[in-house]
Design a protein around this ligand. Structure first.
Ligand code: HEM
Length: 228
């Protein structure tokens, strides 16, 4: 059996699954006025995660670094051509084609969240709301391509990439593994996410207490006074 090397550090794995969850959450709450604050919180989570990832792409571990996977058109072309041969190029981190989807998802995630922030701040107009929706749909399309690519690549290279993004380990790639999965940074990221969501949910709970609803809706107050 092939030895498994540690490829993805802990912060990258937390980042990935938290980003996937926040995109899914933002998508599912997009149309509802009742869930608006939660939709916005998912947007902030996405933006915060991506800003963290941009920094981690510079100072993170070997395969988390942009310098490890951002490649030019020649590398992309060579990788694609190698897929037609009996021995396709194997990459410990992202392959050059997968990396294109990764970069597109990071860029789109940030621009989509920023456009949502501008809408919330009443900057821009109807066109910005349209643009926000188009960007989110584009991102959904690329997520589809990304997941299809992950499944295709797992089959092609006989390795389970999804398990790799959970455990951090991939079979093979001797000498390319990292030593330190950076657990403290991962735990700090998790604690920040938990703190932000704890604060968001407790605000929501407070806003839904009868006293808060009365304060926000004077008409309901008048009704109550009339009833008294
Ligand atoms: C729903 C929204 C999703 C988004 C926005 C997303 C985004 C990303 C990003 C940005 C990366 C690069 C990670 C990094 O280098 O930090 C990545 C990698 C990866 N994603 Fe996703 N992802 C999503 C859903 C999924 C799902 C549902 C799966 C599993 C079926 C998945 C499986 C993977 C795997 C296996 C990798 C590593 C690929 C490799 O080994 O090169 N992703 N994803």
């Amino acid at each position: 059996m092939k030895e498994r090397s540690l490829i993805w550090d802990f912060p990258v794995r937390i980042f990935h699954w938290a980003l996937a969850a926040s995109f899914a959450g933002a998508w599912l709450t997009a149309e509802s006025e009742r869930w608006r604050d939660i939709h916005i919180a998912f947007g902030y989570t996405m933006a915060g995660l991506i800003l963290f990832r941009l920094v981690w792409g510079i100072v993170g571990t070997r395969h988390a670094r942009f310098s490890d996977f951002v490649r030019g058109p020649t590398a992309v072309w060579n990788y694609l051509r190698s897929l037609l041969t009996p021995r396709p190029e194997a990459h410990a981190g992202h392959n050059p084609v997968g990396a294109l989807a990764v970069i597109a998802l990071l860029a789109l995630g940030l621009v989509t969240a920023a456009s949502g922030w501008f809408i919330e701040a009443d900057l821009g107009g109807d066109w910005l709301e349209e643009a926000h929706e188009v960007l989110a749909s584009l991102m959904l399309g690329i997520v589809g391509v990304h997941v299809a690519g992950v499944l295709f690549s797992s089959r092609m290279h006989h390795e389970n990439l999804i398990a790799g993004m959970i455990t951090g380990r991939k079979p093979g790639h001797p000498g390319e593994g990292i030593r330190n999965p950076r657990p403290i940074i991962g735990l700090l990221l998790l604690a920040t996410l938990a703190g932000f969501w704890g604060w968001t949910l407790s605000n929501r709970l407070q806003a839904s207490t009868p006293a808060a609803v009365m304060d926000k809706n004077p008409a309901a107050n008048q009704h109550r006074d009339a009833d008294d």
